[in-house]
Design a protein around this ligand. Structure first.
Ligand code: FES
Length: 86
């Protein structure tokens, strides 16, 4: 089963960096891309009052905050590695 990467594309996350995160596939290798299912989703409901933790991404069941393209790349690689070790 693929690792699910859900990038919050609601307004608060989108304007705070989520837009850039949607290009994550350009930062992954073809092998890595085969193991993940990446999609933009509607507001995760965590951005109340435009809190400073946006943008959010959900990787499988884990929510990560203040995501940058670098941290997202790293977290996806860690998730792939953890899955391979299971
Ligand atoms: S816009 Fe991302 S949690 Fe609401």
């Amino acid at each position: 089963m693929k690792i699910t990467v859900q990038i919050c594309s609601g307004t608060a996350c989108y304007v705070m960096g989520g837009a850039e995160l949607l290009s994550i596939s350009e930062h992954l290798t073809p092998d890595e891309l085969e193991q993940v299912d990446i999609k933009g989703i509607m507001c995760l409901g965590l951005c109340e009052n435009y809190n400073p933790n946006t943008p959010y991404v959900k990787i499988d069941d884990e929510i990560i905050k203040n995501v940058t393209i670098e941290t997202l790349t790293e977290r996806i690689r860690l998730a792939i590695k953890a899955k391979a070790e299971k």
